[in-house]
Design a protein. Structure first.
Ligand code: BGC
Length: 244
């Protein structure tokens, strides 16, 4: 099925039509700035602009940087707080005239990587982290998704994992790769002790720079970069909508 995949991130909103059977990107991806403040009305306008650009009439999947439970936004760590309680599927479907389905961005990226990318064919317990403005987590047990895990918000070193080891924090504190890689290693070690995963996949913006920090990840569990990198979110969002 052809579905328009959209990834709503802290700084950019990216989109492209996707063949959900092959995960192929069918037209050049576009990126629009995330409006600030990222209120529901402003983001809906930007998504409408994207749909108009592709002259899209079919289904749309949106990877959303928050917990989305049955179409309703439940948290807002890195987006405008007025999103909490909004029925995002309804809002965006009304605004655009298309059938829109939203899913947590990390869960979207995880689905794309597990079925078409770095995790393809992996059974067991696979944990994928999207590391960017925030830290998103997704969990698969024998190919089945456990949605909205939000382990980036787990308390760690008097902070949360997200506040300690996100890519935004690396930039804000101007940490070098060794220092930041060390922080990520501590966070992954903590997850390792809690969940004993069989594989970690690192996605989000940070996955493109894995060569810079891989040597500081000293874990018992294998750690590999996402293959679809920054496209995983929009591919997975399209896959999610195709099943609705
Ligand atoms: C949000 C998650 C999201 C992650 C990555 C976190 O702050 O709580 O829902 O997956 O950022 O965008």
């Amino acid at each position: 099925m052809e579905v328009l995949g959209i990834d709503f991130g802290g700084t950019g909103i990216k989109g492209a039509p996707i063949d959900t059977t092959t995960a192929e990107i069918l037209q050049e991806r576009i990126r629009l700035e995330t409006p600030q403040p990222s209120t529901p009305e402003a983001v809906a306008d930007t998504i409408k602009q994207m749909i108009d650009h592709f002259q899209w009439k079919g289904k749309v999947g949106v990877g959303f940087p928050a917990v989305v439970q049955n179409g309703v936004v439940k948290t807002a760590a890195n987006i405008d707080k007025s999103w909490i309680g909004v029925h995002v599927d309804q809002l965006l479907s009304l605004k655009t005239g298309c059938e829109v389905h939203a899913v947590n961005d990390a869960d979207a990226a995880g689905m794309a990587e597990l079925y078409h990318g770095a995790g393809k064919g992996n059974g067991g317990i696979v944990m994928l982290l999207t590391i960017g403005t925030g830290i998103g987590t997704t969990f698969f047990v024998n190919g089945e998704l456990f949605p909205n895990t939000e382990l980036g918000h787990i308390q760690f070193n008097k902070e949360t994992v997200e506040k300690y080891a996100s890519d935004a924090m690396r930039k804000k504190l101007d940490l070098n790769w060794k220092k930041w890689g060390g922080r990520l290693n501590e966070a992954l070690t903590y997850y390792e002790q809690l969940f004993y995963p069989d594989l970690f996949i690192i996605g989000g913006g940070a996955s493109k720079r894995m060569d810079k920090f891989q040597e500081y990840l000293i874990l018992k569990t294998p750690v590999i970069p996402a293959q679809l990198q920054n496209n995983a979110g929009l591919i997975g969002a399209a896959m999610f909508a195709s099943k609705k």
